[in-house]
Design a protein around this ligand. Structure first.
Ligand code: ADP
Ligand code: MG
Length: 376
């Protein structure tokens, strides 16, 4: 494709914090952005040149986005795949609709991974109540809704047929995946970018720690054997090739006791576990998203510092605005707030990243700041 150069208007489906950071990267390089999001107070919509506060399926809004933007991307995987196909008739769209369709549906995702020989957790599709008897080998397991789950929402641990039955009914009998609960040694992810010419640049592997199903801390680089990191990177790159992917892709992995590697899920966009790249890498995941979208050469994805990223959830606001000076006073810490007004428990309000000469240094400092913020 002809490169899309600074000054152009770019379209973005979704106006959350990932979108906001994309808009910031685009602004830095002199691009303009038009955001589509049904939320009137969306973090990205508020800072974009143009904000269409409409449903993702609004045909007039899609036409406006498609005709006025040189290229359109997404920060949100639950965009109906036919919306991306419709947009593609007006303007360049990446990532492609097929990749988004796979990533937004756990059943399609698991089947796709299995078909192409990638290791996934033992699973079964649960889409009617009488499946329950055939899945005893998956207990104890985790029942996950196949669509619209995030941050551990839409999941229940189940240890026998009765619990599975009850959980399925509680999920309103929507199609689900039952996965065997695996003994995890750690969780890691890879964020990579694939350009329109097939060139790829992977960020270092990140280690992720979750609390109550929500990402709490990302540690970069991951404290895993070089062999495992290479295996994860090779898997992510071959996935991107198979999908003919253009854009930023995140692949989440489970590292099992005994070092086996399983693909958990994929996200067709920048990822929370890649936020450290903004402060610790030569090029951020959002700048890479822009470069891939615009058909530009990719930036260098190398890290210049080890880094630990800590999510700031709404729970922290229970006693009022947190004491930000705990973060700001550390010269190697970077505070990011998304400008969301309502601080609901579990809601991602911001994050901070602490740089360090070593991962251990960054980790110790990040934990100390986290404890200070929580102790007020
Ligand atoms: P989400 O879309 O909410 O991120 P995930 O499928 O990634 O959903 O699950 C959230 C977290 O739950 C994972 O990061 C992991 O900590 C835990 N988890 C999910 N599936 C399994 C499993 N099969 N075995 C063990 N832990 C799991
Ligand atoms: Mg996940």
């Amino acid at each position: 494709m002809e490169p899309i150069l600074p000054g152009a208007m770019l379209g973005l489906l979704g106006g959350g914090q990932l979108g906001r950071m994309f808009v910031m990267a685009a602004h830095q390089m002199g691009y303009q952005v038009m955001v589509l999001d049904p939320d009137a107070d969306s973090p990205a919509g508020r800072i974009a040149e143009q904000f269409l506060c409409k449903e993702y399926t609004d045909q007039t809004a899609l036409q406006q986005l498609g005709t006025r933007c040189a290229a359109v991307t997404t920060e949100f995987e639950n965009i109906p795949a036919d919306v991306l196909s419709a947009l593609a008739s007006y303007s360049a769209v990446s990532p492609n609709a097929e990749s988004v369709a796979i990533a937004q549906n756990r059943i399609a995702e698991k089947r796709f991974l299995q078909t192409h020989g990638f290791p996934v957790a033992p699973f079964a599709v649960i889409d009617k109540i009488d499946c329950v008897d055939e899945v005893k080998h998956l207990f104890p397991g985790i029942l996950k809704v196949s669509q619209f789950g995030y941050d551990g929402k839409g999941q229940r641990q189940v240890s026998d047929a009765d619990e599975l039955h009850a959980a399925f009914v509680e999920m309103r009998s929507v199609p689900c995946v039952l996965e065997k609960k695996l003994p995890l040694k750690s969780e890691v992810s890879i964020v990579l970018t694939r350009g329109c010419d097939g060139a790829m640049a992977s960020f270092p592997v990140v280690e992720n720690q979750h609390v109550s199903g929500v990402l709490d801390i990302s540690i970069a680089p991951a404290r895993i054997a070089t062999m495992i990191a290479k295996q994860a990177n090779d898997a992510a790159e071959s996935l991107a090739e198979i999908l003919e992917y253009q854009g930023v892709l995140c692949v989440e992995f489970f590292v099992l006791e005994g070092e086996g590697l399983i693909i958990n899920e994929i996200a067709p966009r920048p990822h929370n576990s890649g936020h450290y790249t903004v402060d610790a890498c030569i090029t951020s995941q959002f700048e890479q998203q822009l470069r891939a979208l615009c058909g530009l050469p990719l930036g260098n994805a190398a890290m210049h510092h080890s880094a630990v990223m800590v999510n700031l959830l709404g729970d922290l606001w229970q006693k009022g605005e947190p004491e930000w000076l705990h973060v700001i006073k550390q010269p190697l810490a970077k505070l990011h707030l998304y400008g969301k007004k309502a601080a609901r428990p579990g809601r991602k309000m911001g994050h901070f990243t602490v740089l360090g000469a070593t991962v251990d240094e960054a980790f110790a400092s990040a934990r100390e700041i986290q404890q200070q913020l929580e102790s007020v």
